[in-house]
Every structure is written in structure tokens, then in C-alpha cells.
Design a protein around this ligand. Structure first.
Ligand code: ADP
Length: 170
């Protein structure tokens, strides 16, 4: 029997966007099992907690039985090995992603030569979509309809409201 190929899709997912979901959907049709892994230890200061980011991901992927949501900290290649996976899945957008993604892919190959990084390209509509842009636009009162699943959009608006209220108190 051929060996099952397990892929890890790591990222911040702060919050998950339709661009991420596009990559997960493409990934799950290529690989036997896709583990979406939320990065815990990051320099970035996330808007949502790790648990909140995982909940939103679970919510929008529950219809897919070969997609799993997990978290990781520490070295990505160690996590990939610990989950018996052989592929790191990353989405690649316009030119700005290339330099950073190449550096990371080559560093990960240095650290673990048997793990391959696979890049997938999203639908054109999501080519310029990022979690940070969505957060910025929403916080300024702009509409982000169509860029996030409705359940995530609701949670983003609630989070912004909560942040506004706590700002008002301080
Ligand atoms: P990170 O902090 O690791 O970049 P992100 O959540 O921003 O975490 O992104 C996780 C992965 O998803 C990265 O490979 C990123 O390039 C990819 N990605 C993010 N947004 C999109 C999008 N709109 N289309 C395709 N890939 C995307």
C-alpha cells in the first residue's frame, strides 16, 4: 500500500481568511491528511488567542474529515517530525511573499532534509488578502465581506467592539 502523505500547514491564522481556506481546500485534495498548525510562539502580537484562532479554524473546516487543527511552538521541523508528516504547506501570494518564504524553506531544508515545502497559489481573488489587512480595514470601519467566512467576520467585529470598550475604560 502506498504511504499516506501528511502535510502541515503552519501559520498565525489571526484570524483565518478565505485565502487560508482556499489553500487548505487545495491542500486536502492533494495530500491524504492536512494538519493546520497555529503558531503559538511568535514575535507578532496576535489579536486572537491561540484557542480562539483554533476554534475559528475548526468551525470553518469541520466539513472536511482529512483536515485537523492543532497548535505548535518551537521549531517547525521538530513539530512536523513529531506528527509523522513529510510536507510543509505554505500559500504564496504576490511577489512580496517570495523572499521570506524562500529563506524559510531553505532553512527548514537545512534543518531537516527529508521534509519538503510545497507552495500553493490561491484563487486570484485572494492574491492580495492578508489577515493584517483585514484587521486594519475592519478596525477603521470598512467592510470585509467576502474576505472572511461569516462566522469569523462576526467574531472579528465582536473582538473589535470589545477592544474599543476596554480602550474607552482605560
Ligand atoms: P505567517 O505568520 O506564518 O505568515 P499567516 O497566517 O499570515 O501566518 O499565513 C500562513 C500561510 O498562509 C502563509 O504561507 C501565507 O503565505 C499563507 N497565506 C496567507 N494569506 C493567504 C492568501 N490570501 N492566499 C494564499 N495564501 C495565504
Amino acid at each position: 500500500m502506498p504511504e499516506l502523505v501528511r502535510a502541515i500547514y503552519p501559520g498565525s491564522f489571526d484570524p483565518v481568511t478565505n485565502g487560508h481556506i482556499d489553500i487548505i481546500e487545495r491542500g486536502r485534495s492533494i495530500f491524504d491528511h492536512v494538519i493546520v498548525a497555529v503558531a503559538v510562539n511568535q514575535d507578532k502580537d496576535p489579536m486572537f488567542t491561540t484557542e480562539e484562532r483554533m476554534e475559528m479554524l475548526r468551525d470553518v473546516t469541520r466539513q472536511w474529515d482529512n483536515v485537523e487543527i492543532d497548535r505548535f511552538d518551537g521549531l517547525l521541523v521538530d513539530y512536523v517530525s513529531s506528527r509523522d508528516a513529510s510536507v510543509i504547506l505554505r500559500g504564496i501570494r504576490a511577489v512580496t511573499d517570495f523572499d521570506y518564504e524562500f529563506q524559510m524553506a531553505l532553512m527548514n531544508r537545512r534543518l531537516a532534509g527529508s521534509i519538503e515545502t510545497v507552495f500553493l497559489v490561491p484563487a486570484e481573488a485572494y492574491e492580495y488578502l492578508s489577515s493584517s489587512l483585514v484587521k486594519e480595514v475592519a478596525s477603521l470601519g470598512g467592510t470585509v465581506r467576502g474576505l472572511l467566512p461569516p462566522s469569523v467576520e462576526k467574531r472579528l467585529n465582536a473582538k473589535l467592539e470589545a477592544l474599543r470598550c476596554s480602550d474607552g475604560e482605560s
